[in-house]
Design a binder for this molecule. Structure first.
Ligand SMILES: *Cc1c(COP(=O)(O)O)cnc(C)c1O
Length: 380
């Protein structure tokens, strides 16, 4: 089987994890802050908080931005469920903004319209979560402009996009958002097994997220001087969302190969573009303002009614195609909240024709040729 995504684990990764296993630290130790500093430096950010998943990072980001009952969070319907669920963990309401038919990211025009309406209704969102779908940045300058005008905070769900760039600057540098979240799940660009990280524009947000990551416990040197060196205080209700040093060891060796991974993904994406040019499908749109991290390579079939047969033809030939994403508001749990088919027509139309082809750094050109040959046969 040629999967749609796959991690790359080398001897140096195994050696780094083995060394961490033999160290004094298994849970969060010295490698976690080292990994945080390395990711922050790579992405041009000043503060970083590593956690055990991007889902946890999104949850803590919402809490740090004071999202709670009565508040609204808006995100893209074309994403993994976690981008919306984070609102509901905080007792807030999740809602969606339809996608742009080129970029497949949240549509800035639809966002502007919905904000205008929400202002009239007195239901403006507190937080908007743009998702950099497939690794290509949203139009962050336009979103930042709207955030200033309407007063919402911005969390970038960059789970697909570490190493991507927008207007020449790395995603995560924080010029147009409060917090940027990465995922280190094995199908993503770099992996720690499970893991995630939040980059924060403001050090106080990072301090708050770091406390929430470990039970809401703080160790204040002034209080320790009064009470004793053992002293700590739970100052609010937090969680155990810590990353381990074993995972951070893997993250550090993976991060050292980020540029190599990005180059391989881009080369394979360029190659798909030219190999697929004459088929009855649409290859990914490329935003001239963004350099994608190419987490996913998604084509759209001209004839949506053939998607299922094409998918099954590829799967039965051992090619692990996939579909990203079923619009989140169509999930039964969201339908239960009142969303119905037809609410987000662009996301639904896109979903009906989408097919994710295999793309990962160790995919060989011969394997890629085979994917294209079988797809060609399926569409014939
Ligand atoms: C993978 C993913 C997540 C969740 O990441 P985890 O690290 O598995 O929690 C969130 N948002 C998007 C867009 C994702 O692709």
């Amino acid at each position: 089987m040629i999967p749609y995504g796959r991690q790359d684990i080398r001897d140096e990764d195994v050696a780094a994890v083995a060394a961490a296993l033999r160290s004094d630290w298994l849970t969060q130790g010295p490698l976690v802050p080292r990994f945080e500093a390395a990711v922050a430096e790579r992405c041009g950010a000043t503060s970083a908080v590593a956690v055990n998943s991007a889902t946890s990072a999104l949850h803590l980001a919402c809490l740090a931005l004071d999202l709670g009952p009565g508040d609204h969070l808006w995100t893209s319907p074309n994403t993994f469920v976690a981008s919306a669920n984070c609102a509901r963990y905080c007792g807030a309401t999740a809602d969606f903004v339809d996608i742009d038919r080129d970029s497949l990211n949240l549509s800035v025009a639809a966002l502007a319209d919905k904000l205008e309406q929400a202002e009239r209704d007195g239901r403006l969102p507190k937080v908007v979560v743009p998702v950099h779908f497939a690794g290509q940045s949203c139009d962050m300058a336009a979103i930042a402009e709207l955030s200033r005008r309407y007063g919402f905070r911005v969390i970038e769900d960059a789970s697909h996009a570490i190493g991507g760039r927008y207007r020449g600057r790395p995603i995560g540098q924080g010029g147009s958002s409060d917090i940027t979240v990465f995922s280190f799940h094995p199908v993503k660009i770099i992996t720690t097994g499970e893991g995630g990280m939040a980059l924060c524009r403001d050090a106080a947000l990072a301090e708050h997220m770091a406390a929430l990551r470990s039970h809401g416990i703080r160790r204040d040197p002034a209080r320790q001087a009064e009470e004793g060196p053992w002293f700590y205080e739970q100052t609010e209700l937090g969680f155990n969302y810590r990353l381990t040093d074993l995972q951070a060891a893997l993250g550090l060796t993976q991060l050292a190969r980020l540029d190599e991974y990005l180059a391989s993904r881009r080369r394979l994406a360029d190659r798909y573009d030219s190999l697929l040019a004459d088929l009855p499908l649409r290859t990914p749109w490329r935003d001239p303002a963004a350099d994608s991290a190419w987490h996913l390579y998604v084509v759209r079939l001209n004839d949506a009614s053939r998607r299922r047969a094409v998918f099954e033809h590829l799967r039965s030939a051992g090619i692990g195609v996939n579909v990203h994403y079923i619009p989140v508001p169509l999930q039964p749990d969201y339908r239960g909240l009142g969303f119905v088919p037809g609410d987000f027509p662009a996301a639904e139309d896109y979903y009906s024709r989408a097919l994710t082809l295999p793309l990962y750094p160790t995919l060989s050109e011969a394997e890629q040729d085979r994917v294209v040959a079988v797809l060609r046969e399926a569409l014939a």
